[in-house]
Design a protein around this ligand. Sequence first.
Ligand SMILES: Nc1ncnc2c1ncn2[C@@H]1O[C@H](COP(=O)(O)OP(=O)(O)OP(=O)(O)O)[C@@H](O)[C@H]1O
Ligand SMILES: [Mg+2]
Length: 396
Amino acid sequence: MNTNNIAKLLIVDDKPENLQALEAIIRHEGRQIFQASSGDQALALLLEHEFAMAILDVQMPDMNGFELAEMMRSTEKTRHIPIVFVSAAGKELNYAFKGYETGAVDFLHKPLDIHAVQSKVNVFVALYQQRNESRRQVLALEISRAQQEALLKDLHFAQEELQRAVRMRDDFMSMVAHELRTPLNTLFLESQLRTLQLDRNNTEFFNEGNLRKMVERDRRQIESMVRLIDDMLDVSRIRSGQLSIRRQPTELSSLLQRVVNDLSAQAVSSGSTIELETIEPVTGMWDQFRIEQMLINLLTNALRYGAQKPVTVSGVVQAGSVHIRVQDRGIGISDENLQRIFAPFERALNSDSSGGLGLGLYITRQLAESHGGFVRVESVVDEGSTFTVVLPLTET
Ligand SMILES: Nc1ncnc2c1ncn2[C@@H]1O[C@H](COP(=O)(O)OP(=O)(O)OP(=O)(O)O)[C@@H](O)[C@H]1O
Ligand SMILES: [Mg+2]
């Protein structure tokens, strides 16, 4: 039996022996019987419990059964409780009907006929339990409807996400194709040109000076393709949680110097310079290759979006961390764009054709975080941007 569907019955009589006898007759599995020996006691119980029915003795001192019933009818909580009056046959019947037209009322006469008592109580209890059950079902229905609605909402959301992802993948594919095609086209044209010169036996074309230039051009095209593919591999490693950091003692000032030197040619070709502010030697347990990668990403951006103005790099030790700062005085980033530049492929959705796939900052942030650090950016449109990578000196 469901404990929520236990029927509580109230029996009220001033004589204890009557209460005992009545309880013995109506006691049954799934019922809980409460006895009250006066109207006051009954009212107290009525306010505390929810009863399936009440059996009231009509003749009681102080408050008789009818007076108690009248009080029950005047209170919302007890108004609808079915009442069965127990009276000495016939006497009070006229009075009994007064005022009780609403709600279920019935009569039992003394001496009590066990069978009649039981069948009346059975009817009221069954009614009560049915009502409870249907209330429970309505509630369950309501809950499942709400769940269904929430599910539908989730589904709708997932569908939109999926559509967005598919759109993004398509955009991404055409962007990647385009990005790979540019260096490949250049290499293809170069090789055609060389074949032509070879066919003409034009050995002068392959003199040392020209060859060096060719090799340098080839290297640049190949590097840009390798970088693109490496970035894409990093993104898929990050997404599958497989990006690993190989920590080793790494000295920052010489690393900064090396990266700045490596990028000086690129700086010149973008019409800018990179200035490295003096920095004390400082060694941390970091993945050297990954720190270089973060710096290259930030510096490439600073050169690309730096409006040909000088770029400054500095490293400052502060409260157990090192702050690597890359500052440009270029186009800057609007507040609105600051929110999304760290998301992968954000760039890919841009119509702006200068620049790459929009992976650099995403990878940089992930790399900083896998070192236990973070990336911060401050920027003012048309005045420039400062990106700061903060890395803890001790392993976290
Ligand atoms: N220093 C900067 N100044 C102004 N805008 C910047 C700067 N750095 C990044 N951005 C903006 O943030 C976007 C995302 O940068 P991110 O480095 O992730 O991608 P990307 O440079 O476009 O391509 P990728 O790095 O993959 O070659 C850029 O496209 C650019 O709009
Ligand atoms: Mg970039």
